[in-house]
Write a protein that binds this ligand. Sequence first.
Ligand SMILES: *Cc1c(COP(=O)(O)O)cnc(C)c1O
Length: 478
Amino acid sequence: MTEHAEDPRSELERMLDDLFPYRRSMETHRRIPERGADREVLLTDVALMSKAEDAQGDAGRVSGSLYSGDHEHYRFLAQVFEHFAHANVLQRDMYPSATKFEGEIIAMSADLFHAPEPIGVVTGGGSDSLVHALYAYREEAREARGVRMPNVVLPVTAHVALRKGAHWMGIEVRDAPLTPEYVADVDAMSDLVDDNTICLVGSAGDYAHGLIDPIAEIGELARDRGIGLHVDGCLGGFLLPWAEDIGYDVPPWDFRVDGVTSLSADTHKYGYALKGTSVLLYRSATLRARQWFASTDWPGGLYLSPGLAGSRSGGLIASTWAAMVRMGREGYLERASAILRTNDAIKAAIRATMPELEIIGDPLFMTSFRSAVGPSGDDVIDVYLVNDALKKRGWRMNALQLPPALHFCITGPNTRPGVVEDFLADLREAVDYALEHRGEPAASGAMYGFGSMPNGDETLRTVMGGVLDAMHVAAPDG
Ligand SMILES: *Cc1c(COP(=O)(O)O)cnc(C)c1O
């Protein structure tokens, strides 16, 4: 790579420095130190790392990920967290406050999403919610209908955590294609349903494009076939109600749709809570009870648990509760309004001034865009080259595939004055860069190329496994 011509480090060293940026400046611990380190020293190091790592997000140059970005809000949540960080909410006799916090998080969410009754659980995140829902439906199908070879029918854009859960639990995933509008094709879903289908899934909105599947139609299909429908509102859940209040056109997606039997929404995204919580709501207590676990004959005692987690920190539940009560409807509305307006501005500018790009659907809170298709049917630019140029200018988009696309999910920090203007100027330049470098391989698209090699998926999975291996070790010496 010519741009590194003056960098004396080897390619491998550069990769290691990217993965372990502190390996040259801080001590690497491979053994618990003999004598405990000084608190002040540790705090200084931690502060140094967090300051460096927050800079890009705080500048408003990151898609998704941060959601609030308000450090005063974070400090307040950390204060609340501190009071119960050490508390194990498994021990409810010791910590009845956890019952208050959790019950109220569920009640407030159920109210927001129009659930007939406040029936739900607080989980450790969106994936956790999705996997638990899938488990409840699998158990329900097994107990009530004798299903032994379960499958789940979902649009191909449904969140990948459902695939992970299905993989772990021996559930077959049946992918339905999308309509030309990039939402679930309900007729195709219908064709995939059989007696072993445990539930349907729809997204509001989907991770890749932020689009809301036709939940009302999927709900009808679910009722026709006598099965449940999980709505994945992990991303959009805590934003869409406010968009609706403001007057945006939000198609029905929550419990107001008859066929919806469960719904997930992430408090740690647009709920503006700390990372590590999500809400999973059920229409019926019977379905929820499918995920309860009780053991009566273990020497360790009677054991009762709502889900996979054993011990959980009271700090997370308390601070999630505090986030919701502190934000209030006014606070949520105000933030949603800024986010939606910012996204509107980006969509409008791309449509008006960047014919090389095509926005995928008409998403509310993110903009997902791909290359426009030329008269020959080919992409007019490589959108991964656009990503290369945006990266160089300090932006962190999410790169998508099938088709190649990028998305910018708008959060609090992106709504700051001047950010959109900077982004649009840089995006225009990035598109020009892609036009000028047409035909050249994109750095950020390199991984994608594996997919079209013979055995490409297998090769790619092996490489990705190696990346995880590399991420779970202490830094090699610098
Ligand atoms: C983020 C997300 C999830 C999973 O969330 P985690 O909290 O990262 O586990 C699920 N569904 C959608 C649509 C998401 O955007």
